[in-house]
Design a protein around this ligand. Structure first.
Ligand code: CO
Length: 146
């Protein structure tokens, strides 16, 4: 298993409008993409930062994962995503070590990427996501996994 880079940081926000206004004020940045992921009960806004991305997450349902996180811990860093060279091998390796995984197998994420989350009980309280880009994204000169 090889970690290639920090693909993105996920940041839970009380609202995307507020988060986008803050990024504009602090850094003069605008989001390059926004998307609602109904299955995860979130709306997301992406800000590219060099080889990585900041992913802001707004909850659309208090019972969703971000809604629960906000209620418990308030806004702030929610997860860190590492890009790996081979996600099937990475998940198999972690499971073989007895590591508790939220995803027992890679699942489809945005943009044709495949992702899996490690349980935060295994990582000192940091929710870690692993991601492998789609071949199409890699061929076009870089992954767009978020
Ligand atoms: Co993510």
């Amino acid at each position: 298993m090889q970690l290639l880079r920090i693909n993105h940081l996920g940041i839970a926000a009380n609202g995307l409008d507020e988060a986008m206004a803050r990024m504009a004020k602090l850094f003069g940045m605008t989001a390059d993409h926004t998307e609602e992921v109904a299955e995860q009960k979130v709306k997301t806004a992406f800000f590219p930062v060099g080889q990585s991305t900041l992913e802001f997450l707004e909850s659309t349902d208090p019972d969703g994962p971000i809604g629960k996180f906000l209620a418990k811990r308030g806004p702030g860093i929610h997860h860190v995503c590492f890009e790996v060279d081979d996600i099937d091998e990475a998940v198999a390796t972690l499971l073989a070590k007895g590591v508790r995984m939220i995803d027992q197998a890679p699942r489809n994420g945005a943009h044709g990427c495949r992702v899996a989350f490690i349980h935060p009980a295994e990582t000192g309280g940091v929710l870690m996501e692993l991601s492998q880009g789609s071949t199409a994204a890699q061929l076009s000169g870089g992954t767009t996994c978020e």
